[in-house]
Design a protein around this ligand. Structure first.
Ligand code: SAM
Length: 272
């Protein structure tokens, strides 16, 4: 398709999703208008990854209101979607996570993230802002059977659903759920802390973590996917050093950045 046609298609999809989401009361998958609109939006943005088109969409003044507000509405819809799917999967006689619409994207994302820290083995992996369907936590638990996995969320219903799912898929011993604000979370020794893309208060979370011996993985959004998720604030370079990141890829919505503590990184660099 010529770039101009795709450009117009993207503008239309962004505007239509924003108009719909800001007026609908129910943003869960029970509302087919919301599901259809968001499915179309994700598919359209996935086709808009050329640097020229990405730059146009991010700089377009006529989309400034959508750029600011659509990710917030998408975040609400995502929380609703996770609860809907968690309930659906818990109710099945056999719980197959692969039924979830975005399972292939999460599998790709998790595989790309594992590559970022493949030289390290963590005793614990925590997922801050894990949600009702903490797929990342479950996938990582299966890949890293030596690591304890802790899901942290301040939403009571999300925690209850995540706990039931963890039990249902046989990961209860390895994956625990803690209901608390991520701002209060204290990591243990040799822990990888993952900040979900919808984590609120992440700047304070980074500050709390800087005095602990932990590595950090931050879910970010780049290019046109910033109409779905806001770009993540990143930790101060004096506290954490970015060691590796995943590349923008049409098979994954988020990009991820892996950090180690700056002090530790300096020691390793000196020793090398
Ligand atoms: C849609 S969900 C799941 C995460 C998503 N799958 C992702 O990768 O970003 C986002 C969750 O983050 C939780 N959350 C946001 N900020 C939080 C905070 N400061 N502390 C604890 N939970 C938080 C919300 O309650 C919500 O359940």
């Amino acid at each position: 398709m010529p770039t101009n046609m795709l450009k117009q298609e993207a503008i239309n999809a962004i505007r239509a999703s924003y108009q719909l989401l800001r007026t609908e009361k129910n943003l869960s998958p029970m509302n087919h208008r919301v599901t259809d609109s968001l499915t179309h939006l994700v598919r359209t943005l996935t086709r808009c990854q050329s640097p020229e088109l990405a730059k146009f969409l991010l700089d377009a003044p006529e989309l400034a209101v959508e750029r600011e507000n659509l990710p917030v509405l998408c975040g609400i819809a995502e929380c609703e979607m996770e609860k809907f799917w968690a309930k659906h999967l818990i109710g099945r006689p056999v719980c197959d996570l692969a039924e979830f619409w975005y399972f292939p994207e999460y599998t790709e994302l998790c595989q790309a993230e594992l590559d970022l820290f493949k030289t390290r083995k963590f005793d614990r992996i925590s997922f801050l802002g894990a949600g009702a369907l903490p797929l990342t936590a479950f996938l990582l638990a299966r890949h890293c059977p030596q690591s304890k996995v802790i899901c942290v969320d301040f939403d009571e219903e999300a925690c209850a659903l995540a706990e039931q799912l963890s039990r249902k898929i046989g990961l209860k011993e390895q994956v625990s759920v803690e209901r608390m604000d991520a701002l209060q979370y204290m990591p243990g020794e040799n822990e990888l802390v993952i900040c979900a893309s919808l984590l609120q208060g992440r700047e304070q979370v980074y500050k709390n973590l800087q005095s602990h011996n932990c590595a950090l993985l931050v879910r970010d959004a780049e290019g046109p996917y910033q109409y779905l998720y806001k770009a993540a604030e990143l930790p101060a370079v004096t506290s954490f050093r970015e060691i590796a990141k995943t590349q923008v890829d049409a098979r994954r919505i988020n990009t991820s950045r892996y950090f180690e503590r700056a002090a530790e990184w300096m020691e390793n660099a000196r020793a090398a």
